[in-house]
Write a protein that binds this ligand. Structure first.
Ligand SMILES: Nc1ncnc2c1ncn2[C@@H]1O[C@H](COP(=O)(O)OP(=O)(O)OP(=O)(O)O)[C@@H](O)[C@H]1O
Ligand SMILES: [Mg+2]
Length: 308
């Protein structure tokens, strides 16, 4: 089974207005509610691609209930730990020409709830994949990713990490099966440029030397590069289309990659479905659906080049 982890999910309240005036009553022209959180995005893409998975993490209050019920209604199975106090955050996204965001902190996660969550992970086995994505809420210890990574390693589960900076680096000793930095995250890890494929490859080799097995580097409109554990390098260009909202493209790529790998075990196919899923989401309002992804995949699947 594939499990995704979203430690601090959110209900995104997306409001469009013509103009935004501070200190005045504003009226929206449209509003939407979207479930946010990187692990949840991965779960939604896996579900779209008919790949069974279970979303894990913490929820609280009425917004937490809405996320759990909403995901289940969309066919994503969940096993969230419910907190007794507070509520899952609501992030307000104001689209008025330019974009203004107010992101909530999220509920406090008490130590005993964290232990309960960690205990659940001890049921992982070598038949499982655990996807860790995004940041860690301020109420959790910063070493939580390393702790989770260690458990996954002890249980023989495949660990997938999509996180930035020291969070990502802290998981490398536990030999993650796949990591997916974007180009900027890769560059910031080492304080060195990653603006050519050669530069990207050199930095990827350093991540592999620190323990990462397969490394997928996403490059938004420039496509993606995959270095496998055995040293093979695959390159794909980006899908062509009009960007609507690229938030979640990286999460969709992780979902598409894992869905294809689970079905075919083929890295070239996984890279192509990952890039198709990322592109389809960039060309959509939310996380893209099955038909959109597959239509793009049909065009992209012959575009994978082995360059090393
Ligand atoms: N503008 C675009 N056109 C075509 N494909 C895109 C575009 N943006 C993203 N993609 C596809 O999605 C993949 C992941 O996108 P990106 O590199 O932006 O991830 P990211 O920065 O991790 O995004 P996020 O963290 O917001 O989900 C890219 O490698 C590419 O294949
Ligand atoms: Mg990302």
């Amino acid at each position: 089974m594939i499990y995704t982890v979203t430690l601090n999910p959110a209900v995104d309240y997306v409001v469009a207005l013509d103009t935004l005036k501070l200190g005045a009553i504003n009226r929206s022209s449209s509003e939407a509610v979207v479930f946010g959180g990187k692990g949840i995005n991965v779960s939604l893409m896996l579900r779209a691609l008919e790949t069974p998975n279970i979303a894990l993490g913490f929820i609280a209050g009425f917004t937490g209930d809405a996320i759990r019920d909403g995901l289940e209604a969309q066919g994503v199975h969940t096993d969230f730990v419910a907190l007794d106090k507070g509520f899952t955050r609501i992030n307000v996204k104001l689209h008025a020409g330019e974009e203004t965001e107010i992101n909530g902190n999220g509920p406090e996660i008490p130590a005993e709830k964290l232990e309960y969550f960690v205990d659940k992970l001890r049921a992982l086995s070598d038949a499982d994949t655990l996807v860790l994505s995004g940041s860690v809420p301020s109420s959790l210890p910063a070493d939580i990713y390393a702790r989770i990574a260690r458990i996954a390693a002890e249980k023989g589960a495949r660990l997938v990490v999509d996180a930035a900076g020291t969070l990502l680096l802290s998981t490398l000793p536990y030999k993650p099966y796949l990591i997916k930095p974007n180009r900027q995250e890769l560059s910031e890890l080492f304080g060195e440029p990653a603006d050519t494929d050669e530069a990207v490859l050199a930095l990827v080799k350093r991540l592999q030397a620190q323990g990462a097995h397969h490394v997928l580097v996403s490059m938004a409109g420039d496509g993606a590069l995959l270095c496998t554990q055995d040293g093979a390098v695959y390159r794909i260009s980006a899908a062509e289309g009009t960007v609507v909202n690229s938030v979640g493209a990286g999460d969709s790529m992780v979902g598409g990659f894992l869905a294809a790998l689970e079905k075919t075990g083929d890295f070239a196919a996984a890279l192509a479905l990952g890039a198709a899923a990322g592109g389809a989401t960039a060309f959509s309002v939310g996380i893209a659906g099955f038909q959109h992804v597959m239509a793009i995949y049909e065009n992209l699947k012959t575009e994978v080049k082995r360059i090393g």
